[in-house]
Write a protein that binds this ligand. Structure first.
Ligand code: 7RM
Length: 629
């Protein structure tokens, strides 16, 4: 394995090589894979259109690299360990051979249903083995998967299905979440009344709850797989053929479909998985994310399987049956690398050490964090009580758009510093710029985080709207990819992500646009206008605060309830406002723009530091809001 960093000296040499000869560097790594045809050109790029192409001329199928490539050397090794919602139920272990067979079989089901290379398939599923199988089956036949997190509402699902023009949807009768069940098929049916593009639905039987099956449209997974064979040659894909779409929130109301392509994504997720987790043959690795997010795509499915790892996939939630579930699961499978989100750490920390004490965690070697800034207290607790002061914490900064981890410590190699994602991984060239777009060279500074050279798994386009991709990421600062994050670089050159500088909020590691939530609230008849902001929340990182102007006499209590229900209906429970205040006006500039900055300050208890108010139209509104909050 090339360029796996094992020492500080390695890091410096490899990093330098990756910057001086990026194409040779990435070609070294790419050559470890199975190609149907090798590439002609490693990289072609410009950030102004943007146009980025990696490994052009190459042909491959990512599932041959995730599955077939391992059959001879580790066909009987476990690829996926599935831990069910209820710890009393039986886990499922799928070897590489079994996974290969199941993926091929389901790929044949998709083919039989008329799915062809390039068609989009939407997956709205619980965290069950069939989800991983369906993702890989799409990739096997060259269909583009679009996984929608199963916590999203029918409306959110319908928007995503329509934007991608998916012709087939895969779902389940229901899903288990702790003590609750969710009627996924009913939600899907609601969505499907607004999605003319969908021809076929495949339904996995999970909860066995009653659901409607529409003749000629809906088919049971288990019946379909019984009627096809388990041999499915992998479709030949060009390096830059689309692998998947994943929707993510931005500053405007409509989530965008981030597009990732085949070869670059494969090379990058594999390489970063190996480096950041220092995965060794035989290790058991667990990422607790949901496959509905990029973390699950890259580091439950693709990265680990490309590396021939054993990857744990868990259906349940961290607090059920009790707050010891993560640690029980780590103990049960002797997990060696564990990867989770700060919000989960904070929630479990609050429950007390009695939930950690019963379990042996001594197999752990590396513990990871992703999705939002990790505060110092949570970092220390994770380090001391989960890692027993023996395991480096990899605080990995990255995004849906980056495809893989970008800034992260490398365990036992690069320095650790609580709350810092620390150093760029080999091949990544971050920089900080001022508001005016001037690159800041020195250390001990804060700026806007950009990346100035392409990396293989970067976003290629936003589905159906290339202009939007250009506007959002590549037109802020010429020749640079803009991340949307503010960042500090300390005297030693270590990076600390401060958080979003746009109207994106991060609630329990879930990314939401304030405009998205406002649009949902504005659907209510009594609402004239609203402004949504994020404010510091002890467990969730950020909570959602909605300020609302209403036109009728409506009881506050009723409105609170109805607006929360409305947001859940329009987006999903993750977007439900934590606080709602009815106000008579919003702080606006003379030109009519809402000054969310003022609302953020007031909601964070910093009403005494409102900054420059010279453009504020009506200062009395600020006084009113201060006294309300
Ligand atoms: C992987 C993922 C991306 C946004 C990103 C940041 C924030 C992610 C960290 C982080 C501080 C981290 N993709 N973020 N990781 N902030 N430290 N280690 O989360 O597209 O859903 O979100 O999340 O603001 O821009 S995402």
């Amino acid at each position: 394995m090339k360029h796996i960093v094992k020492s500080w000296d390695d890091y410096q040499k490899i990093y330098q090589y990756s910057v001086e000869q990026p194409q040779a560097f990435w070609a070294d790594i790419a050559s470890e894979f199975q190609w149907k045809k090798s590439w002609d050109k490693v990289l072609e790029w410009n950030f102004s259109e943007p146009n980025v192409k990696w490994f052009q001329g190459g042909q491959l199928n990512i599932t041959e690299n995730c599955l077939d490539r391992h059959l001879e050397s580790r066909g009987d090794q476990v690829a996926i360990i599935w831990e069910p919602n209820d710890p009393k139920d039986q886990e499922i272990k799928l070897t590489y051979k079994e996974l290969h067979q199941k993926v091929s079989q389901f790929a044949n089901v998709l083919k039989k249903q008329g799915v062809q290379k390039g068609d989009r398939v939407c997956l709205y599923m619980p965290m069950i083995p069939e989800l991983a199988i369906a993702v890989l089956a799409c990739a096997r036949i060259g269909a583009v998967h679009s996984v929608v997190f199963a916590g999203f509402s029918a409306n959110a699902l319908a928007d995503r299905i329509n934007d991608a023009e998916a012709k087939l949807v895969i779902t389940a009768d229901g899903s288990f979440r702790g003590a609750k069940t969710i009627a996924l098929k009913d939600i899907t049916d609601d969505a499907l009344s607004h999605t003319p593009c969908v021809e076929t639905v495949i339904v996995v039987e999970r909860t066995k709850q009653v659901c409607q099956m529409q003749e000629g449209r809906d088919y049971w997974w288990h019946e379909e797989v019984a009627s096809v064979d388990a041999d499915c040659p992998a479709e030949t894909m060009d390096s830059e053929d689309m692998l998947f779409i994943l929707y993510t929130s931005g500053s405007t109301g409509k989530p965008k479909g981030v597009v990732h392509t085949t070869a670059g994504y494969m090379v990058y997720t594999y390489y970063t998985f190996m480096n950041v987790f220092q995965y060794q043959e035989g290790d058991v690795y667990w990422c607790s994310a949901d496959i509905g997010w990029i973390t699950g795509h890259s580091y439950i499915i693709y990265g680990p399987l490309l590396a021939g790892a054993t990857t744990v996939m868990s259906e349940g939630i961290p607090t059920w049956p009790d707050a010891g579930r993560y640690w029980a699961t780590c103990d049960k499978y002797k997990v060696n690398q564990f990867y989770t989100a700060p919000t989960a750490i904070r929630a479990l920390m609050a429950k007390g050490l009695e939930y950690v004490a019963p379990y042996r965690l001594d197999a752990l070697k590396v513990i990871g964090s992703v999705g939002e800034p990790i505060n110092e207290e949570a970092w220390e607790w994770y380090h001391k009580y989960i890692g027993k002061s023996q395991c480096p914490i990899v605080d990995t900064w990255w995004q849906t758009e980056t495809g893989g981890m970008m800034i992260s410590p490398i365990p036992n190699v690069t320095p650790l510093k609580p709350t810092f994602a620390t150093l760029p991984l080999p091949g990544i060239q971050p920089c900080l710029v001022t508001q005016e777009g001037k690159e800041i060279e020195e250390n001990g500074v804060e700026g806007l985080l950009c990346v100035k050279y392409p990396w293989p798994s970067m976003i290629r386009t936003t589905y159906g709207n290339h202009e939007r991709c250009k506007q959002v990421y590549f037109s802020m600062f010429e020749g640079k990819y803009f991340t949307g994050d503010g960042c500090r670089r300390d005297e030693d050159g270590l990076y600390r992500i401060i958080g979003r500088v746009d109207d994106v909020i991060n609630v329990s590691g879930h990314r939401l646009g304030t405009a998205e939530v406002e649009n949902a609230i504005n659907e209510h008849d009594a609402v004239v206008e609203s402004a949504v902001i994020g404010y510091p929340h002890e467990i969730k990182g950020q909570g959602i605060f909605a300020f609302v102007i209403v036109n009728d006499e409506i009881s506050e209590q009723k409105l609170q309830k109805e607006l929360k229900e409305l947001v859940v209906k329009e987006i999903g429970p993750i977007a439900k406002p934590d606080r709602l205040a009815i106000v008579s006006g919003l702080p606006k500039t003379r030109s009519g723009k809402i000054m969310r900055r003022i609302l953020r300050k007031i909601a964070s208890g910093e009403a005494d530091q409102l900054g420059d108010l010279s453009t504020l139209l009506d200062p009395s509104i600020v006084e009113e809001i201060k006294s309300l909050v």
